[in-house]
Design a protein around this ligand. Structure first.
Ligand SMILES: [Zn+2]
Length: 155
């Protein structure tokens, strides 16, 4: 793309604002139908930890603040730490698998073969969303069950 000064010299008009958008934001629902996606193994630990800790810190902050002084800051921190520890322990036992697609991230039930949101076919399980592309490459390298007779050329 020519620099702005070259544009003027060459008489190239600027594109209208917002006319050229290189984004892939469409509806996520069904966007990956027929395509492989991965199950990102997860638990509820962090989610539950945040769910209990943040309200305790907020309410504790008010209760320990200059207007109330009902509790001390160290009591609030101790309560938040105790709640976080319990939440992490309990949350580790609750599975929370997610769709690997960055735009989707839907919760995947244990028995699901297909993502309920984007429609992608669950092709495997990975530990982190960042492992998605590597897992996809592994999947594409693996010869199909029929010996690769109808393997399409890469493109
Ligand atoms: Zn999905």
């Amino acid at each position: 793309m020519p620099a702005p000064r070259d544009r003027d010299r060459l008489g190239i008009p600027l594109p209208p604002q917002g006319a050229v958008r290189v984004t892939d934001d469409g509806p996520v629902e069904g966007a990956n139908r027929g395509r492989p996606i991965f199950r990102v193994r997860g638990t509820y630990a962090l989610r539950l930890g945040r769910m209990v800790t943040i309200p305790i810190l907020l309410a504790g902050g008010l209760a320990a603040g200059p207007l109330a002084r009902a509790v001390t800051v160290s009591q609030v921190l101790a309560a938040a730490a105790a709640a976080a520890a319990v939440a992490l322990l309990v949350g580790r036992a609750i599975r929370d698998d997610r769709c690997s697609e960055p735009r989707c991230g839907a919760r995947l039930p244990a028995e699901a073969d297909v993502c309920p949101r984007c429609g992608g076919t669950i092709a495997g399980t990975i530990d982190h969303p960042h492992d998605r592309l590597e897992a996809l490459e592994r999947l594409e390298r693996r010869p199909p069950p029929d010996g690769g007779a109808d393997r399409a050329p890469r493109g």
